[in-house]
Design a protein around this ligand. Structure first.
Ligand code: URA
Length: 217
């Protein structure tokens, strides 16, 4: 896929998300939040679902949790525009409750298509709902800061999946904040492992983004 084709495919998905009525979350939303970022990135961050600020702005991770995510990225020398950021559910659950299984199921095709389009080397899960999508049965307390091969059925092809605590959890606990910074420091090594894995995988790999993260290469 050329960069233009990739951008166009992401725009098509985003347009569908904005008018989606596949589940009850459509009723309470101000704006759906498809996700945003660099169409040629190697790294996709997946959160849980939009909060109040995200619902108002139609953009992912722009509230307080987003500020912490930006801090995690900055700790690696990365900017949010260089990666892609999205969520498991694209509309805000009322009162920030957990997304329900049928809502996650209804939204699944959008995330799968985003994954198939972006072909990231590394998927970083933020919190347990995102982790559960890629590492069913895992416990966040055990797998944070570690990676595992993605199940291609998720749409993530030959990517590796790396897990972090949810950024909002770091706002509530100094220990989780410290741990999250520690775990984020493992992302560049996971990206190198992901690149190496893709070179030997049978699933076709996307090209490395020119200029992005080359210091780690
Ligand atoms: N929390 C999430 O999981 N996603 C967002 O976009 C914002 C907060």
């Amino acid at each position: 896929m050329t960069p233009d084709e990739r951008r166009a495919a992401l725009d098509v998905i985003a347009a569908e998300v904005r008018t989606c009525r596949r589940c009850r979350l459509a009723e309470g939303r101000t704006n759906a939040v498809p996700g945003e970022g660099h169409p040629e990135t190697e790294v996709l961050f997946v959160g849980e679902g939009p909060g109040q600020t995200e619902d108002r702005q139609g953009r992912p991770f722009v509230g307080r949790a987003g500020q912490f995510l930006v801090r995690l990225l900055a700790s690696l020398g990365w900017r949010r525009e260089e990666v892609f950021i999205t969520n498991v559910v694209k509309c805000r659950p009322p009162d920030n409750r957990d997304p329900l299984p049928d809502e996650i199921e209804a939204c699944e095709p959008y995330l799968r298509r985003q994954l198939e389009t972006l072909e990231p080397a590394l998927v970083v899960t933020l919190g347990r709902f995102s982790m559960a999508r890629f590492r069913p049965g895992a416990r966040i307390s055990q797998v944070h800061g570690s990676h595992t091969p993605a199940d291609p059925a998720t749409g993530a092809g030959a990517a590796l999946v790396y897990s972090l605590y949810h950024p909002a959890a770091a706002l509530r606990s100094l220990e989780v904040e410290r741990q999250s910074l520690d775990d984020a420091a493992g992302i560049p090594a996971a990206l190198l492992a992901a690149r190496a894995r893709r070179e030997t995988a049978t699933v076709p790999a996307a090209p490395t983004t020119p200029g992005l993260f080359q210091a780690d290469a």
